[in-house]
Design a protein around this ligand. Structure first.
Ligand code: MLT
Length: 304
């Protein structure tokens, strides 16, 4: 049996395939859709991160394919419906990079509050703008977390360590469960109006695309800050530009964009906007975790 790895996967994962009896592995990164269509017929397994788009065309051409593994959480680059129609199992590894994503969220919240990115850029231009970059403390502020799954819960825990008040909105989790976790469940409207910082931790779906639009941003406190390390498109980028430009929100940080890479979008002209190129899961630890876990799951499935 053969497995194709079509995105950069940590060596740890490649090794799991290499050591599995009866499984051969090829690593071919950067294939176009046409190239993938051409070669996929020779493989029982396909491993991707987020760069490879596993379209229905790819799946139609994959006569021997049994399993697609996503070394990460989000499945939005895989046509799961087309795979299911062909009886191809799609698996992900939900927990492996949660900690890294949560830590990146905290890093962006701190960077926003203390103007780290802007002050760094200013100093590298030879300036010394102490007054311009006065920040604010996180202690005692309220963080509103939208989505209290794995990542949202870690963010809540770290925020409490910083002595922040935490409120959460998650209509899919039982109120008693949230309360047992020490989280205060509130409605979305209450979260928006009470929070000094709002951070999003929901998957991308029909229900969540555009979830934070202009109306929601205007319900946020004046000067509040918005962070999205979940998926692009959940925050309306055009609305965010307007609301930041007129100063209703104090700042925003995006790690994810409706189109990735986004190119030079208008938001990037604003001094109260900072961004990173989908780095939430980009740590050595997280990449080793997801690579090892997806490889073990796929070997298990293919052999047993
Ligand atoms: C994920 O879905 O696992 C993360 O967003 C990381 C990634 O896409 O690489």
């Amino acid at each position: 049996m053969k497995v194709l790895i079509s995105d950069n996967l940590s060596e740890v994962g490649v090794k799991v395939f290499e050591e599995a009896p009866g499984i051969g592995v090829d690593v071919k990164v950067g294939l176009s859709e046409d190239e993938l269509v051409e070669v996929i017929g020779g493989y029982e397994g396909l491993v991707v991160r987020s760069a490879t788009k596993v379209s229905s065309r790819v799946i139609e051409a994959a006569g021997r394919l049994k399993v697609i593994g996503r070394a990460g959480v989000g499945l939005d680059n895989i046509d799961v419906e087309a795979a299911s129609r062909r009886g191809v199992v799609v698996m992900n590894v939900p927990g492996g990079n949660s900690l890294s994503a949560a830590e990146h969220t905290i890093a962006l919240m701190m960077a926003l509050s203390r103007n780290i990115a802007q002050a760094d850029a200013s100093m590298k231009e030879g300036k010394w703008e102490k007054k311009r970059f006065q920040g604010r403390e996180l202690c005692g502020k309220t963080l509103g977390i939208i989505g209290a799954g794995r990542i949202g819960r870690i963010v809540a825990d770290r925020a409490k360590g910083l002595k922040m008040e935490v409120v959460v909105y998650d209509p899919y989790i039982n109120v008693e469960v949230l309360e047992r976790l020490g989280l205060e469940p509130v409605s979305l409207d209450e979260l928006l109006s009470r929070s000094d910082y709002v951070s999003i931790h929901v998957p991308k779906s029909d229900e969540t695309v555009g979830m934070i639009g202009e109306e929601e941003m205007r319900k946020m406190k004046g000067g509040a800050m918005l962070i999205n390390c979940a998926r692009g498109g959940i925050v309306d980028e055009d609305a965010l530009y307007r609301v930041l430009k007129e100063g209703h929100l104090g700042g925003a940080a995006l790690d994810v964009f409706s189109t990735e890479p986004p190119g030079k979008i208008p938001l990037m002209e604003l001094p109260n906007f900072i961004c990173t190129p989908h780095l939430g899961a980009s740590t050595r630890e997280a990449q080793e975790n997801v690579a090892r876990q997806i490889a073990e799951q796929m070997v298990d499935y293919l052999l047993h």
